[in-house]
Design a protein around this ligand. Sequence first.
Ligand SMILES: [Zn+2]
Ligand SMILES: [Zn+2]
Length: 145
Amino acid sequence: MKCKCTQLKVRIQGHRTDKYFKDFEEIPRDVSPYGYLLKCPNCAQHWVVDFFDKYQHLHAIKVDSPDSANEDYYFKIHKKTLKESSGGYSDKNCIVAGCNNFALNQLMYCADCAINKYHLLETTAVNKSLETASIFKKIFRKVFK
Ligand SMILES: [Zn+2]
Ligand SMILES: [Zn+2]
C-alpha cells in the first residue's frame, strides 16, 4: 500500500476510525487525552489521531517522533493551522479580558485564547457547523455574562 503521508498537511481532519489509518500500527504509551499515537506501515511517519467523537472536529497531526507528541507541540500546530485558516491576524484586539493580542481575522479572539480558553481549533467551525453554533453560543454567554 502506498501512503500519502508526505503530501498531507501537518494537521488534517481525521480520527482513528478513518480508512486511511486502518492499517497503522498503534504505539502504546501512557494514557493521554490527546488521541492515539500511530505509525504508518509504509513510510513510518508518526501521527497522533483523535479518538472518535461526533461532537467535535477531529484532527490527525503529524509528529516527528513519539517523543514530540506532547502538549506544546499540539498547541504549536493547532495555533499555526488556526492562524493560516483565518488568514492571519486582524487589527482588532482579542475580546478576552486581560489579553493584549490582536484577534484573528475570522474570530473575536487571538489564537492563544481561541485554543486555550475555548478549545476552538477551526475557524470554519464557527461558520459552518450547527453543533459549533451551540458551542459559540456558550462562548458568548461566557464572555458577555
Ligand atoms: Zn506514510
Ligand atoms: Zn487573546
